[in-house]
Design a protein around this ligand. Structure first.
Ligand code: GLP
Length: 237
């Protein structure tokens, strides 16, 4: 597969460089997806320290636990607001955020319509779950899926318990951009510190058991990998 591998010791700086390059190639005021979790934290630190080169963009929510308020401490778009958008002075638009308290079908339709009206996703930054999920597209998600309500895998709920347990636990369900929605992004940047699953996803069989394996079919993927992940990828190639 033809992804671009970026690796080295300073993960945050490399990720920032990749994101800046993506901005240079994107249209003005691009539509940008940003993930939550531990992996992107070093990128967000570098963004706060160095900015993004003065670029304005429209933030699009990747995923959100179902049934919680935007202001809940477990809220993913709230985390992005605090870590990235507020420091850069960038506002949120409700059309591009899952309202996890509203009827799920209505919200998913709202998000898909907003993406289409805006002209599609320009840059989709992703992390990867230990079971190969991207966003909250768990194993056996269909590659044709659009945004929808999903039931979280037990392993995902376990992995996310450390963030959620002090605030009422990990919800059972979540809203997520679908695999098809993500796949249609013009540019994908995968941030990863997980050697085994990343090698499997990018060099193993392309199938719905490993949702991230869909990335093998995408024409423009940059993988920002820790040195351990890069070694695993070279071995698997
Ligand atoms: C979470 C999120 C994903 C994220 C992934 C990896 O469940 N839904 O968007 O990329 O798991 O998280 P981490 O970077 O903390 O390993």
């Amino acid at each position: 597969m033809a992804y671009t591998l970026v690796t080295g010791e300073d993960f945050g700086t490399l990720a920032l460089k990749s994101l800046r390059e993506a901005f240079e190639q994107a249209r003005k005021f691009p539509l940008v997806v940003l993930p939550t979790g531990n992996t992107p934290k070093e990128l967000y630190l570098r963004i706060r320290q160095q900015g993004l080169g003065g670029e304005e963009f429209q933030y699009l929510n990747l995923d959100q636990y179902h049934g919680i308020k935007f202001s809940d401490p477990r809220s993913y778009p709230l985390e992005i607001k605090k870590e990235v958008l507020d420091p850069l002075g960038i506002g949120l638009r409700p059309d591009f955020i899952f309202d996890a308290e509203a009827p799920p079908d209505q919200e998913c339709c709202k998000i898909e319509t907003a993406i289409e009206k805006d002209g599609g996703i320009d840059i989709c930054v992703l992390g990867i779950g230990e079971n190969g999920h991207i966003g909250f597209n768990e194993p056996y998600s269909d590659f044709k899926d659009r945004s929808r309500l999903v039931r979280l895998a037990a392993s995902t709920r376990k992995a996310n318990a450390k963030f959620c347990d002090p605030h009422g636990g990990v919800p059972q369900n979540a809203l997520t951009l679908g695999l098809r929605t993500i796949f249609e992004a013009r540019k994908i940047i995968l941030l990863t510190n997980k050697p085994d699953i990343t090698a499997k996803a990018l060099h193993g069989r392309v199938w719905s058991n490993i949702p991230a394996s869909i990335l093998q079919r995408h024409p423009d993927v940059t993988v920002v990998a820790t040195p351990r992940v890069a070694a695993a990828l070279r071995l698997a190639a």
